[in-house]
Design a protein around this ligand. Structure first.
Ligand code: NDP
Length: 276
């Protein structure tokens, strides 16, 4: 364990500034919770941020359970992770169906014995002005971005209470803090994710950690679902400045690896060039 230039090892004791103290005590005070061996469920694990997160966490030794609808993608990602020596499995999951989300989490317990972290990442962003009345898309966003997150919480919370340990990480967005043009409904769902996470944090007590991640523009398939043509054309500037999905994966890994008594409640990260 790296403990800074002042320390040197002596059996299971350490020397610091003129005095010895016992390693166990030192560990209790400072040890990071490792990503290694944690069982992490990632919704929306079939592309973009979910895929990057699953791969990075698996590289660092986590056992990852991926859920999404596109089975071919899930198969490919799980097989990539296994080829690199990691542990991964998937369940085809539509997060708008509570039973399927429950099945995803049960799958993690079945395959890996428990669930330590849920990354509530599945989401979609078909931006449009309200006047376009894309009511089906509004409903989809509410169902996936809000209800999907709630179903995830419902699936893990009782288990985490029972284990006296756990972490729930919800993907909001910069659009969960500001309302860019044509983002009324999407922002509404991401403000809701922020509010749900904050409420969860207050109710969670001292054993369950909650984290809200709010990214700005990140490379993924997110903008490909925009069906309003003028809005789609307007996203090209954001796409040009978008950062790699690994930036979000690193933020998630950071939140997981903090000591158990440190809850990273929120991370907002934007491309340096992004103003709004
Ligand atoms: P992608 O479109 O690449 O990924 C979205 C993921 O959500 C896919 O894996 C998709 O899987 C999954 N998904 C969509 N609908 C469902 C559903 N009904 N059931 C299960 N899974 C579903 O975009 P991102 O990776 O960018 O998005 C991930 C999250 O990050 C979203 O919540 C998004 O709002 C958020 N975000 C992204 C930003 C960005 O700039 N990229 C910025 C801020 C936030 P499948 O289609 O296989 O079901």
């Amino acid at each position: 364990m790296f403990v800074g230039g002042m320390l040197s090892s002596s059996g299971d004791r350490f020397w610091k500034s003129g005095s010895f103290f016992v390693l166990e005590g030192f560990r209790a005070l400072t040890e990071m919770t490792e990503v290694e061996d944690k069982v992490v469920v990632v919704t929306g694990g079939s592309s973009g941020l979910g895929e990057a997160t699953a791969k990075l966490l698996a590289e660092r030794g986590a056992k990852v359970m991926l859920g999404a609808r596109r089975e071919e993608n899930l198969q490919r990602i799980v097989s990539d992770i296994k080829e690199d020596g990691g542990a991964a499995a998937y369940r085809v999951t539509d997060v708008t169906d509570r039973d399927q989300v429950e099945n995803l989490v049960a799958g993690a317990v079945e395959e890996f014995g428990r669930v330590d972290v849920l990354v509530n990442n599945a989401g979609l962003m078909p931006l449009s002005p309200l006047d376009a009345l894309k009511v089906d898309e509004w409903e989809q966003m509410v169902d996936v971005n809000i209800k999907g997150v709630l179903y995830g919480i419902a699936a893990v919370l009782p288990r985490m209470r029972e284990q006296h340990d756990g972490q729930i990480i919800n993907l909001s967005s910069v659009a969960g803090h500001v309302v860019p043009p044509n983002s009324a409904v999407y922002s509404g769902t991401k403000f809701a994710v922020w509010a749900i996470s904050e409420g969860l944090r207050q109710e969670a007590g001292d054993e369950i950690r909650t984290t809200t991640i709010s990214p700005g523009a990140v490379e993924s398939e997110l903008t490909s679902k925009i069906t309003h043509e003028e809005t789609a054309r307007g996203t090209s500037a954001l796409e040009d400045m978008a950062v790699d999905a690994s930036a979000v994966a690193r933020a998630i890994a950071y939140a997981i690896e903090q000591p158990k008594d440190v809850d990273t409640n929120e991370i907002i990260l934007r491309p340096t060039a992004q103003a709004l």
